[in-house]
Design a protein around this ligand. Structure first.
Ligand code: ACO
Length: 366
């Protein structure tokens, strides 16, 4: 077998999958044979999550039974609340989530992973996020409400108010579009851990660790910071030029796979537009996108850098008034579906991941 090395595993196929297709040249993004953008607009979070795990849409009875299970598993066990309560107040929410999910992982999660495990983790993640968010901000804690579906309940637990239809629909579209995305760093991490025949929670804890990084799930808060720092259209060009002259990256631009506009960004842009109302930030984001593409093309010719999903994700999350600290955790709550689907797929036809490294160090005297 001849061995070759690709830094960052670029262009290397690590596994086969039936869950999603991401074609960066053509700009295709498909969930099990359907355009993801159509599912994001026409279906609910529950329907698409079920579809991603099972490969078919639920009938009415299956949907009701799935929703009931989600409701049951939303509650945080008392001992996990106690673990969370012991954490330092200034802890990053992603660190809280990683710790709390790890604590959820008791003996009831065993190899081989089950769909039940996936439902449990998907159901509890928004509750942990809302619990910490309200506790840190010294707001009264809010228990999950069985009358709300997954997305509305998340907004309700965060804000304490009945969410509007427009906010629920926007967040649902965002969560469906970011549920799954092929062999990204966090999904790959989860499959690697699963391939050792470890349990689903251990694989998810690894994925959360990968998600936290600014080159992956940590980008949207960087986008919002950039918009805040720019402030007015006149400042766009000098701001970008300054960043690029210093060799810094623009958050929300570029992608390992997409060499054309990220199709998720296009759909989210439409959703964000509907939320923007009278506010100027959406217009600023659109102008920033246009100018950034032009300047990236000038400073980084041939690299094909366009807005990625994180750029308009920031606009949506701002549109529904979520604070920056919730951006990456909300992305995590969505991606839980994709991670768990990949873990189930990996386990169904497992072979341990064991690549090689190219030794470039010194050799002993022969
Ligand atoms: N701003 C400026 N230059 C960039 C950007 C950017 N956002 N992205 C890539 N480049 C440049 C690099 O500097 C590099 O230039 P060089 O050839 O002169 O060295 C070239 O384009 C290739 O970039 P790499 O970093 O090697 O591309 P890679 O495929 O490894 O990285 C990544 C992809 C991490 C997404 C990168 O584009 C990036 O850091 N973007 C900003 C962070 C971001 O938005 N992350 C969210 C991605 S979407 C997600 O994970 C959900």
């Amino acid at each position: 077998m001849s061995l070759s090395y690709r830094k960052g595993l670029e262009g290397v196929i690590a596994t086969e999958t039936k869950i999603s297709c991401v074609d960066g040249e053509k700009g295709y993004f498909i969930y099990r044979g359907y355009w993801a953008k159509d599912l994001a607009i026409q279906y609910t979070f529950e329907e698409v999550a079920y579809f991603i795990w099972h490969g078919y849409f639920p009938n009415e009875t299956e949907l009701q039974s799935f929703k009931q299970k989600l409701n049951e598993y939303r509650q945080i066990p008392q001992y996990v609340k106690e673990v969370i309560n012991l954490l330092p107040e200034n802890m990053h929410l992603m660190d809280v989530l990683r710790t709390a999910i790890s604590a959820v992982g008791n003996d009831s999660f065993q190899w081989p992973p089950k769909i039940e495990d996936a439902i449990r983790l998907t159901a509890i993640t928004p509750t942990i996020i809302a619990y910490w968010h309200r506790k840190k901000n010294e707001l009264p804690l809010i228990e999950p409400n069985d009358n709300f579906d997954h997305v509305s309940n998340f907004l309700y637990m965060l804000t304490g108010k009945r969410p509007t239809y427009a906010h629920c629909k926007a967040l649902s579209s965002y969560m469906i579009l970011t549920m799954e995305h092929g062999m990204n760093a966090s999904t790959f991490s989860s499959r690697v851990v699963c391939s050792t025949e470890s349990d689903m929670v251990s694989a998810i804890v690894a994925a959360i660790g990968a998600m936290k990084g600014p080159l992956h799930g940590g980008a949207p808060s960087g986008v919002l910071r950039m918009l805040d720092e720019i402030g007015t259209p006149e400042e766009i060009e000098p701001y970008i030029v300054n960043k690029l002259e210093k060799g810094e990256k623009l958050m929300g631009f570029g992608h390992r796979i997409y060499k054309t506009t990220d199709p998720r960004a296009e759909t989210l842009k439409e959703v964000a537009k509907g939320l923007a109302g009278e506010e100027k930030w959406f217009d600023l984001a659109v102008q920033l996108e246009e100018k950034a593409i032009e300047l990236l093309n000038r400073y980084k010719p041939g690299r094909k850098l366009y807005a990625n999903v994180e750029f308009y994700a920031a606009a949506i999350l701002k549109g529904i008034s979520l604070p920056k600290s919730l951006f990456t955790p909300t992305f995590t709550a969505s991606r839980m579906v994709g991670w768990t689907a990949h873990i189930l797929e990996q386990a169904s036809d497992n072979r341990i991941f064991r690549p090689q490294s190219l030794y470039v160090g010194k050799m002993p005297k022969m």
